[in-house]
Design a protein around this ligand. Structure first.
Ligand code: MET
Length: 452
């Protein structure tokens, strides 16, 4: 189907239908009601504050969620078209939205959330049914484009936004979401938890959890921007039983992880950090300020990986999904930085990565299909590319380069080309060539050395 004039998608190389070119969503103000945790039932009301970078005659949000009841444009009820096949909620505007103008688009919806199939797993709103009559749980697991299964969004990482999230749950449940908790209120509808995510994040990085949780608060650590104290809280499901001590153990080190990573990457970009633990066999996800951590991934290595993504993925955002190695390579590299901070042999870690790649098909770092996004190349070749830079320039220049990358691309779409340019400017032509070889060679470059 041809897009409405003025409503063309962003043109992602892996997901060409996602997002709207020229649309800049600044803020999502969401009220979500989860009446029966453990099921996919929900209702929502969201107001998007948006702007345009080119004149737009229509808005086409990504949406695959429950039935839409009403759409308002700057407060006035407006007709809409729900195109299920295209996954778009389209609204023709009374007058074009011009660059420099801000507008509000509100959507009210209710029903059953859709799981969004992807190459690896069903993404979006997840339901964990309760066992033996006990209540269940829900959480968002949206990378790369599952948020549209429960919320109308400009579902592309190149358009990060701030969020206010209010989640209403039945008595006895706790809701958790990205950002700082700013209120808890009871009403006949249940208990409403409010969160403010005041620094823009990609839509897939929005954390929302509902469960019977025990919340554990820990002392803040002063690693935020300008030395700000980063608030810390973790959410553990009730009823872990004999697994509880082992599951909780790695999270005791989150403060140290933040200190070690901030030492390399610069200030932690958000006001809070912690993890919410889920009882499902899914991959861990770097949801902003609150890693989504399955029980079976509750270990230090995965905690370090997801925490590193807070800088690389959640704050430095992707211009295009084909460059997802910029997320996974940097997060994998953080595992080495942590191991070395624990006095472990970094050379063995690097050699282990290389051994897992050697003797098999490889590819340049930019991915060409959805199946490649989260493969060994993105993680391990991506990490080795950074080791090649470090080996070329040494630790002090490498640290300065990591920080320069975070500073240059915070809230701004990053790409392989952008990183190569920055590398040439910051470190010179030899370091750029070392990175380019790992980024572009069709074969596996030689193992980069690791300083003792
Ligand atoms: N980004 C996740 C990670 O930290 C992977 C999610 S799988 C779609 O590895």
């Amino acid at each position: 189907m041809t897009p409405l004039p003025g409503a063309a998608p962003i043109g992602d190389r892996i997901y060409p239908t996602l997002g709207q070119a020229g649309l800049d969503v600044r803020h999502y103000d969401l009220r979500l009601t989860v009446p029966r945790p453990g099921t996919l039932e929900l209702s929502g009301e969201v107001t998007l504050t948006l702007a345009a970078t080119r004149p737009l005659s229509a808005i086409a949000l990504d949406y695959l969620g429950p039935a839409v009841q009403e759409v308002r444009w700057n407060g006035a009820v407006r007709a809409f078209a729900l195109d299920r096949a295209a996954g778009k909620l389209r609204v023709t505007l009374p007058a074009p939205l011009r660059p420099g103008e801000a507008a509000r688009l509100s959507v009210r919806y209710a029903g059953v959330a859709a799981q969004v199939p992807d190459a690896l797993l069903p993404t979006g709103w997840q339901a964990v049914p309760g066992k033996g009559g006990a209540g269940g749980a829900n959480y968002a697991l949206s990378e790369p484009a599952g948020t549209r299964g429960f919320l109308p969004v400009n579902d592309h990482p190149s358009d990060p936004a701030t969020f206010t999230v209010r989640v209403t749950v039945p008595a006895g449940y706790t809701a958790a979401a990205s950002g700082l908790e700013t209120g808890v209120a009871d009403s006949p509808a249940g208990r409403t938890f409010t969160f403010e995510q005041a620094v823009p994040i990609p839509t897939y990085a929005l954390a929302i959890h509902v469960n019977r949780f025990a919340r554990v608060d820990s002392p803040p650590v002063p690693v935020g921007v300008g030395g700000a104290a980063v608030v810390r809280r973790d959410y553990f499901p009730a009823g872990l039983g004999s697994r509880e001590t082992a599951v909780r153990a790695p999270y005791r080190r989150t403060g140290e992880v933040l200190e070690v990573l901030a030492g390399w990457f610069g200030p932690f970009p958000f006001a809070a950090h912690g993890s919410a633990i889920v009882e499902s066999g899914v991959p861990a996800l770097e949801t902003a300020t609150l890693n989504t951590m399955p029980v079976q991934s509750s270990n230090e290595r995965v905690l370090v990986h997801e925490t590193a993504h807070q800088w690389f993925g959640d704050r430095v955002v992707l211009a295009d999904w084909s460059d997802v190695w910029l997320n996974e390579g940097f997060a994998t590299y953080a595992e080495l930085l942590w191991a070395q901070a624990q006095g472990e042999d970094g050379g063995a870690v690097v050699a282990g990565w290389y051994a897992r790649l050697a003797g098999r098909p490889t590819r340049p770092l930019p991915a060409t299909s959805a199946e490649e996004l989260f493969d060994r190349t993105a993680y391990l070749r991506g990490a080795l590319a950074l080791q090649a830079v470090r080996a070329e320039v040494g630790d002090a220049a490498f640290r300065a380069w990591l920080r320069a990358y975070v500073t240059a691309f915070s809230g701004r779409p990053a790409s392989t080309a952008g990183l190569l340019d920055l590398t040439r400017r910051e470190l010179g032509a030899r370091a750029e060539a070392a990175l380019r070889l790992w980024a572009e060679s069709p074969t596996l470059p030689p193992l980069p050395p690791t300083a003792p």
